[in-house]
Design a protein around this ligand. Sequence first.
Ligand code: IMP
Ligand code: MG
Length: 204
Amino acid sequence: MHDDLERVLFSEAEILAGIDRVAAEITAAYCGNEFTVVSVLKGSCVFCADLIRRIPIPLQLSFVAASSYGQGTEAGELTLNYLPSNNEIEGRSLLLIDDILDTGNTLYRLKGELLARGAVSVETCVFLDKPARRAVEFEADFRVLQVPDLFVVGYGLDFRGMYRNLPMVGVLKPAIYAATASPTPPITLDRGVRDSVEPSDPRP
Ligand code: IMP
Ligand code: MG
C-alpha cells in the first residue's frame, strides 16, 4: 500500500505533533464546559481517536455520517446518512470534527443542521485544511495542518474507500488515480433520516 504513494506530505510524527498542539487548544477552550465531540464518519475516525485521547477533560462522543465523494476525486452530491439523536444535540455544545475542509460544503451544512436541531453552539475542528478549494465562506475553529490543492490519502482519508489506514498523509501515484472504478449503486437512506434532512445542492 505504501508503494502506491508518490510522496508523503506529512509523516506520522508530524501529524501527532500537530494533534498535540490542537488538543491543547481545545482543552483550554472547553475547560470547565461540558461538550460533545461529533466525529464525521468515515474520514475523521482516525483523527478523532487520536485527538480525544489527548484532551484530558470530560467530553462525550457522538457521530454523524456524511458522504460527498463517490468513487473518485471530484465532489459529488452531499448525503447525510446518519445524525445523532435529538437528546445528543439539544442544549449541547458540540465540537464537529472532520478529516478535511475542502469546499466547505460538508461542515457548513452539518453545522447548520445541528444548530437547527437545538445545539447551543457548534465549533469545528479539521485535521486538514485545503483553503484553495473553498466554495462557501467557512473557516474551521481549530485545524491541524494546511494542504495545497492536491487530492491526498491516509490517516483516515480515502481514495475509492482505500488508504484510510495509512499512518501518514500522501499523494498517490498518477496511475492509481487514473485507474477506472466500477460504478457503485447510489446510497439508499432509511426513511427517518431521509425525511429529516433537507435536500442537498448538487456539487460542482
Ligand atoms: P467538503 O464538503 O468539500 O469540504 O469536503 C469534505 C469531504 O470531502 C471530506 O470529509 C473528505 O471526505 C472529502 N475530501 C476532500 N478532499 C479530499 C482529499 O484530498 N482526499 C480525500 N478526501 C477528500
Ligand atoms: Mg469525509
